[in-house]
Every structure is written in C-alpha cells, then in structure tokens.
Design a protein around this ligand. Structure first.
Ligand code: F6P
Length: 343
C-alpha cells in the first residue's frame, strides 16, 4: 500500500516519534510511506508527497518539531480545498494518516465520511481532544511548565514578588492546571472555571496576610477576559486551523497589570509561549506517540478507515473520528478542586 502521512496544525514534541512508529511498521510489512509536506497544504495544491525511507526515520524519536513540516492551512478559504484533497488522495494514495488536533481531525472526519481512506492520530499540546486520555505533546508541555515554575519559584521567593505565568491552552486549561499542579502554583486560572479579577486579588491579599510573601499565578491564554475585568480583546488575528491567535491578547500581562494597579504587590509576568512546544519530547511522549503511530498502521492494514487510535487507561483503542471531531475534553471539576486544595 502507498500510505500517506501528514502533520497539520501547530507542531508538538512527539510528532516525529509517531511518524517513525507508523513508518517502521509499514517498512517491516512491505508497505510504502509517502510523507506529505506542510499538512493539508501538501494535498490541496500540487501533490507534495515524497517517499520516506528507513534512513529518514533514524534518530528522530527524540527530535521535536515535525520532519514533514506543518501549517495552519485553511481548506475552506477559498472554497474547494477539501474537494481538491479528496481528489489528490484518490489519485496518489491508498490510505492517509493525518496527525493533528481538533481542526485536523474535523477535516479527517469530513474526508472519511466521503469515503476517503483516512485514519487520524491525536496530537495537541492543549490535550483537549474528546475520546482520548493522551494527545501527543501534552506531557512535554506540562514538564516545561513545571520546570519553569520551579525556576520562577526561587526568584519570586527571593524578591517577595507575584509571578504571573501565561501558558498555552486555547479553549481548555489542561496545560495550566497540570503544569501548575506539578509546579506548586499558588493560583491557577483556566477557562473551565472562571474567576474574577477581584477574586484573584483577594486570594493574593489573603496569602500575603498568612505570611506568604510571594505567589505564583498560572493563567491559561484562553481564559475569558470578561470574567476578569471587561478588558477588550486587542490585536487578535486569525489563521487557518486553530483560528484566533490567543497569545496576542496578552492575558498574563493584563492580569499582572490589574494586580499591580491594586497596589501593594511587586508583579512580574512570564509568557511561556512556544517554549512549551519546542525541543525534544519527554520519554512519555516518545512512547505513547510511537504507540498511537504504530496503531495507526494496524488500522490502515485492517482498513478500519474513519477511525483514530486513542489512549484509554493503559491501552490503545480505536474510536470513530467523529467522536474527536465533535467534542472537546475539559478539565473536570474534581481535578481542578485538587489543584485548588494547594492554593
Ligand atoms: O493549538 C495548540 C497551540 O499550541 C495553542 O495552545 C496555541 O494557542 C496555539 O497552538 C499557538 O499557535 P501558533 O503557533 O500558530 O501561534
């Protein structure tokens, strides 16, 4: 079989491990792997596929980024991109493995509904895909947030400061909540459980009066600014898969400026940004990305198209792409309450 593979949307540590997992299984079983450059863009215009060989996959398990390149390519503007992709797949490939987040899997699901031989693989640093306990890149991001908080802790404590730390997390607060839990955050603000600016300041005042001379406040970039003070969104731009660029809103800086304006606190802001996405994946991300990549190969040869391998507990299972395409997994109340028990 000629099995195409693409990575679409934002990159994430572990993508290369997944490509390798798929590719090595394919080579071992006598199939061909066609690497598609730059996500859906590589199927919407001139076909960008080129065969991958075993040499292409040597040494990549620990490398960040994606050896295929990626893009936030919009197949709907101008219209007709999806139909072009359908045509390209039927002309050049026997199967396609699409590694990506919610936007990518919505397209995969749409293609599969129209008979295209597509299998998904779950990737998003935001960790909010429905139907899976694991998304490629999340574990690495959480480790980076935790290590950053460890570092900020010592300087915050030395200067008796409030450190506001902005993490990624477009619509959900998984990275902020789990990174904050691992790094001992003194307050975590996420979209799922909104709080007001007054509540944030009241919490810091209470901590100070209990002899906690410094605080680390973690905010997810996707929090609704209206809940923290009616701040207008500014400089927001949009683009392809993934939509609005939330980092341009500067929520971390906004929260810090409001704490500063209250008086009595010395405040600093750290925006972790793309440091959470760059560099090599953790061992956990390497292992599970390899497993879902290899499971995608099994699904292809079994012709279980329209499915996506997901992790549930300690197992990989297949679920329909429509499950991932139509839902969003949020941080549950009990997990946030556990984080809050340490505030
Ligand atoms: O969707 C994953 C993500 O890392 C979000 O957390 C973040 O908002 C977005 O990508 C940033 O995307 P870009 O790299 O295109 O600015």
């Amino acid at each position: 079989m000629r099995i195409g593979v693409l990575t679409a949307g934002g990159d994430a540590p572990g993508l290369n491990a997944a490509i390798r997992g798929l590719g090595q299984m394919a080579f071992r079983n006598g199939h061909e792997i066609i690497g598609i450059a730059n996500g859906w863009a590589g199927l919407a215009g001139d076909f960008s596929g080129r065969p991958l060989y075993q040499n292409d996959l040597i040494g990549v398990v620990g490398q960040g980024g994606t050896l295929l390149g990626t893009a936030r390519f919009d197949l709907d503007h101008p219209a007709g991109g999806r139909d072009q992709v359908l045509k390209t797949i039927s002309e050049h490939l026997d199967a396609l493995v699409a590694i990506g987040g919610d936007g990518t899997q919505r397209i995969s699901s749409w293609l599969a509904e129209r008979g295209a031989p597509v299998i998904g693989v779950p990737k998003t640093l935001d960790n909010d895909l429905e139907g899976t306990d694991y998304c490629i890149g999340f574990d690495t991001a959480v480790s980076i947030v935790a290590e950053s908080l460890d570092r900020l802790y010592t300087t915050a404590a030395s200067h008796h400061r409030v450190m506001v730390v902005e993490t990624m997390g477009r619509a959900t607060g998984w990275v902020a909540a789990m990174g904050g839990l691992a790094g001992g955050a003194d307050l975590i603000v996420i979209p799922e459980f909104p709080i007001t600016m007054d509540q944030i300041i009241a919490h810091l005042v209470k901590r100070r009066s209990s002899n906690n001379a410094f605080s680390i406040v973690v905010v997810a970039e996707g929090i609704n600014l209206e809940t923290i003070g009616g701040h207008e969104e500014a400089g927001v731009s949009t683009e392809g898969i993934g939509g609005v660029r939330l980092a341009t809103r500067g929520v971390g800086q906004f929260v810090a400026s409001q704490i500063d304006a209250h008086g009595g606190f010395e405040v600093r802001t750290t925006v972790l940004g793309h440091l959470q996405r760059g560099g090599s994946p953790t061992a956990y991300d390497r292992i599970w990305a390899t497993r879902v990549g290899a499971a995608a190969f099994d699904a292809v040869v079994a012709e279980q198209f329209g499915m996506i391998p997901v992790v549930r507990g300690s197992h990989v299972e297949l679920v329909p792409l429509s499950v991932v395409a139509n839902g969003q997994r949020q941080v549950p109340r009990e997990l946030y309450d556990l984080c809050a028990a340490f505030f």
